[in-house]
Structure formats: structure tokens, C-alpha cells
Design a protein around this ligand. Structure first.
Ligand SMILES: Cc1cc2nc3c(=O)[nH]c(=O)nc-3n(C[C@H](O)[C@H](O)[C@H](O)COP(=O)(O)OP(=O)(O)OC[C@H]3O[C@@H](n4cnc5c(N)ncnc54)[C@H](O)[C@@H]3O)c2cc1C
Length: 520
């Protein structure tokens, strides 16, 4: 028999099975010897008040063993290739679409402009050390997509969009730690993500799918019936199949320009922009865990903050406890920041995006660019950040307290951003609607989290790529573009996902729609 229970434990007993059993026996009123196993279903840190506790949702087994957490790697049955589909982009949307197509008997051909995860590392090092950005291989482009060298946070609000647990199990089957199946806030870390991404690629290839690197798509190919059936790569090679899944992410600006030039309808959509804030991690630990020093058994503390200022959301975004601020630009002459962390989340810094919602109504100044107005707004800010900071991926930065006081920073605190910081008046650099809302929002955050507004915190600009500023429309049932049959917009870039898991879910959903259509 299995009985669901909640156990509340001090951090020192969080992994102690004897304590679990004793507490479970007490709650159930049964002798401890009758408990054969305690299976953890969900684990969370409860830091709402001191002392911090670990909460475990468990199933207490009496008379039967617990099922193991590990997920074996699925055996994907080989595909023959009589039905094939082109997938543009090897991010989570593209990779999960490919695996689902294989399960449905369709051969995927994944084309990716960037390099495989290992080769990609060298290009990331060049960004950090020399400030050189390869436009095809960077923090956004390359195998695994934008999420490969990230924090690898896997929580999502998109629980109604598909089988989240199934995505996590697939990741575990390909090398992610089984803990992600039970943690309330699962994350993998950018030291482990490349191993998982490599294993996903191996599964695709072993089953007869193709994954081609260094293949930048520059155009679409259509059949005699004007149906999108393939792509043309920068080297002139044409690849065709029954359909094209476009999963190119939020930074593939050339793809948005291509669609616009081909009169394939696009729509502007809301997104968010702002800066990244970095605090010393021990400070965030103190604020969140209510103690002078974090218990080593607790994870680096995180936070999530949000408010509304003058009708626009102001919120923390993609928080990376124990992480690093990274240069996420995709071209020279622009500066874009984001965050990542290793699986242990043990850097001395805590960073997070602090962003303001940008609605389509806010884009008047860039209205001449039509559906790409938001893209040009991002671009303007990124170019300004690069020009002010002085190049080589240096980023403009300001002490958080100076930003609020509207004064220049004379010196900056230590920061994890490796290309270097240039003191700059972000309060003047950011457009007033962003700067003023951010200031009001941060003041409120300082009231919610006393100590958050501190001399020790630094703001680094600019965080512009929170999500796609463009939507590529698709029909609700067939998921094809309404005016370009055969073209399946997919994932974050097309406006249907925001994060690793939701992009993977969208990839699965689109693959199912494509497979269904190819049977009709
Ligand atoms: C530094 C960083 C940290 C992040 N941290 C997290 C996190 O912790 N958790 C989370 O959920 N999300 C995180 N994100 C966001 C997450 O990575 C994205 O939401 C997710 O990767 C979107 O998946 P996707 O497959 O839709 O697109 P992408 O992952 O962007 O993949 C698109 C792929 O298409 C390729 N491509 C683009 N244009 C072309 C072309 N013309 N031809 C061929 N290929 C092309 C790109 O090279 C890329 O590999 C982070 C992003 C960054 C940049």
C-alpha cells in the first residue's frame, strides 16, 4: 500500500531515510518496521520563516518496494526515411520535435547554424576573453540552443501545454540528474547540460535521424503547389522533406527578416527588457534564509520579485543563484546580458534579470518596421550599450543605489561578468519608460526583501532577449502558418514558448501535428 504524506525536516535530516521513516510512522500511527520504503515525489525548501525547513511530499510504502527514480534511455525504433521533415534549429524545441517525430516513424533532418556543444565552448571562450562574437556560434546559437550554457532551470508554468514530467524523464534518460524529477525548482547547470544535449543528438542519429551542424538556413524552398517543403542553406545546399519546422529561437533575426522579405505574415508581440542585477550570494542567502550564514546543506538561495508600475509589469527574470552574468549577444556591435550557473551553483554571486514588460503599444517609435518593431527596439538598446561600454563585449554598469539616486557610479563592486564592466549612467541610457518603472519597481522590491537595495549590488546592461518580440502565426489545429502551408513555426522564436521545458513541449506538439498531416 502507498500512502501520501508530507514530511517537514531540518536540513540536516533532509537525506536521512531513518528520520523519514520515523516521521512517517509517527504520522501514520504504525510501527516503523512496517514501512518498506519512503518514496520522495516532490522536494522543496520552505524559507518563509526561520528556521528553514525541507518539505518532502512522499509516498510511504507498506508491504511493497518503491519504484526507482532513474529513467532508462528509451529505445527509439529506427526510421526509414520515406517520410522526412526538416527541422531548423537544434534548441530544445527542435531536438524534442526530432525525437517525437522518430517515435511517430518520421525521419527528422535537423539543421543547425552553430557547432556541436564541444566546439561551441571555444567560441564562448573567445567571447569572454577577446570579446569576439561568432554570429553562428555563441550563447544563443549552436547545439542545444540558447539553453545549453544556461542555468538549466527546468521549472515552467506551462504545465497545461503538455507532459512536463515526460520531458524531464527524457532529460534524465539522457544524463540529467534524477533529482530534477522531484525538485520543486529543478535545474541542471551548464556543466551537465552539454552531456545531456550530446546524448539527445546521439539518440536522434542512432534512430536514423540526421543532425547537420554549420548549416545556416537562408531561404525556404517550396514545391509546385507553393507548399513549403524545404530549406536552402548558406552553402547553397537545398534540403527537402514533407514540411519544415521552424524552431530558430528568439535571436534568429535573419530568419525574421527573411520571413518579412518573403511576405510571410509576422506579428509584433509583447516582451520585456531591462538590466541584470547581481548581489553577493551570501547577502541573498541571509535575506532569504533569515540567518547570518547559509547551512551548507541548503541550496544557494533564490528569489522571485514582481510588481506593476504604471500598467506595466516589472519583475525579476531567470534568476541564477550562485551563477555568472554572461555575454549573450549574437553579433558584433551589440551587448546583451543573461545568466548561467553550474550544477553546484557555487559562485559567490546571485544574478537575475530585472525587466519591464514592453507592450506592442509601446513600440510607436519603431512603427516603421511593422511586425519587427520590437526587434529594432531591442537592437537600438543593444547597440547603445555596446557603444557606451567601449566594445569587446564590455557592458555598461551602475551600482543599484546610484541608479535609484540617478547619479553616476565612481567605482563598481566585484562582478562575475568576465568581459568587464564600464561605469555608465543606466538611468539615462535606458529609455525613460523603462528606467523610471525599473526604479519604482526596485524600490518596492527593497521593501519586500529588506536589504535587497544595497551598495553591494550592481546593475549590468542590457537584458533585452527575455523572449521573442515577434510571433510567427500558426493555425490553432494544424499548427501551420495560415498563409504558408508546410511551414510549422515552433518554440520560443515563433512566440510559443519561454524557456527550455516549454520549448521542448512545443517541439513535441508541433511534431505530432506534422506527423498527423503527413498521414493525410
Ligand atoms: C544564457 C541563457 C540562459 C538561459 N537560462 C535558462 C534557464 O535557466 N531556464 C530556461 O528555461 N531557459 C533559459 N534560457 C532560455 C532558453 O534557453 C530558451 O527559452 C530556449 O532555449 C528556447 O528554445 P528554442 O528551441 O525555441 O530556441 P533556441 O534554444 O534559441 O534554439 C534555436 C536554435 O536555432 C538555431 N538557428 C537560428 N537561426 C538559424 C538558421 N538560420 N539556420 C539554422 N539554425 C538556426 C540556433 O543556432 C539555435 O541553436 C536561457 C537563455 C540564455 C541565452
Amino acid at each position: 500500500m502507498k500512502t501520501p504524506l508530507e514530511l517537514v525536516l531540518a536540513p540536516e535530516h533532509a537525506d536521512d531515510q531513518a528520520t523519514w521513516r520515523a516521521q512517517a510512522a509517527l504520522q501514520l500511527g504504525v510501527p516503523v518496521e512496517t514501512i518498506t520504503a519512503v518514496q520522495v515525489c516532490k522536494r522543496s525548501v520552505d524559507a518563509r520563516r526561520a528556521p528553514v525547513r525541507i518539505r518532502l511530499q512522499v509516498e510511504v510504502c507498506t508491504g511493497e518496494p518503491a519504484a526507482p527514480l532513474e529513467s532508462p534511455r528509451p529505445e527509439y525504433r529506427p526510421v526509414r526515411g520515406d517520410r522526412r521533415v526538416i527541422i531548423v534549429g537544434a534548441g530544445p524545441a527542435g531536438l524534442f520535435a526530432a525525437l517525437r517525430l522518430i517515435e511517430l516513424g518520421v525521419k527528422p533532418i535537423v539543421v543547425e547554424r552553430g557547432k556541436d556543444v564541444q566546439a561551441r565552448r571555444r567560441d564562448l571562450a573567445a567571447i569572454h576573453k577577446q570579446g569576439i562574437v561568432d554570429p553562428d556560434s555563441n550563447y544563443c546559437f549552436g547545439e542545444g540552443g540558447a539553453g545549453t550554457y544556461s542555468d538549466g532551470k527546468l521549472y515552467t508554468r506551462a504545465t497545461k501545454r503538455g507532459n512536463v514530467a515526460g520531458v524531464l524523464r527524457t532529460l534524465v534518460a539522457h544524463g540529467a540528474p534524477p533529482d530534477i524529477l522531484i525538485d520543486a525548482h529543478p535545474h541542471i547547470g551548464s556543466n551537465r547540460l552539454p552531456i545531456v544535449v550530446t546524448a539527445l543528438r546521439e539518440s536522434i542519429r542512432r534512430a536514423g535521424g540526421e543532425v547537420r551542424f554549420g548549416t545556416r538556413v537562408i531561404d525556404l524552398a517550396c514545391d509546385a503547389a507553393a507548399r513549403v517543403c524545404g530549406v536552402i542553406a548558406a552553402d547553397g545546399v537545398e534540403l527537402t522533406g514533407g514540411a519544415v519546422i521552424l524552431a530558430t529561437g528568439h535571436s534568429a533575426r535573419d530568419i525574421f527578416h527573411l520571413l518579412q522579405a518573403r511576405s510571410i505574415r509576422l506579428e509584433a508581440k509583447p516582451f520585456a527588457m531591462g538590466v541584470r542585477v547581481e548581489h553577493p550570494q551570501p547577502l541573498i542567502d541571509r535575506l532569504q534564509y533569515h540567518t547570518a550564514r547559509r547551512d551548507a546543506r541548503l541550496p544557494a538561495a533564490s528569489y522571485r520579485l514582481s510588481t506593476t508600475v504604471d500598467d506595466r509589469g516589472v519583475f525579476s527574470f531567470c534568476m541564477c543563484p550562485g551563477g555568472f552574468i554572461v555575454p549573450a549577444a549574437t553579433a558584433a556591435g551589440e551587448v546583451v546580458v543573461n545568466g548561467m550557473s553550474l550544477s553546484r551553483r557555487d559562485s559567490p554571486f546571485a544574478n537575475s534579470g530585472l525587466v519591464v514588460a514592453v507592450e506592442v503599444a509601446d513600440l510607436d517609435e519603431y512603427g516603421a518596421h511593422g511586425a519587427l518593431a520590437g526587434l529594432w527596439y531591442q537592437r537600438a538598446l543593444e547597440g547603445l550599450a555596446a557603444a557606451v561600454a567601449g566594445g569587446a563585449q564590455r557592458a555598461p554598469a551602475q551600482r543599484l543605489t546610484d541608479f535609484l539616486a540617478r547619479r553616476a557610479s565612481v567605482a563598481l563592486p566585484g562582478c562575475s561578468y568576465r568581459p568587464g564592466l564600464t561605469p555608465a549612467p543606466l538611468h539615462e541610457l535606458l529609455p525613460a519608460p523603462l528606467a523610471e518603472r525599473l526604479q519604482a519597481g526596485i524600490r518596492r522590491f527593497g521593501q519586500t526583501l529588506r536589504g535587497y537595495v544595497t551598495e553591494e549590488a550592481v546593475l549590468v546592461g542590457v537584458e533585452t532577449r527575455t523572449s521573442s518580440p515577434v510571433r510567427v502565426p500558426r493555425q490553432p489545429q494544424s499548427l501551420q502558418h495560415p498563409e504558408a502551408p508546410g511551414l510549422y513555426p515552433c518554440g520560443e522564436g515563433a512566440g510559443y514558448a519561454g524557456g527550455i521545458v516549454s520549448a521542448a513541449l512545443d517541439g513535441i506538439r508541433v511534431a505530432e501535428a506534422v506527423a498527423l498531416a503527413s498521414h493525410q
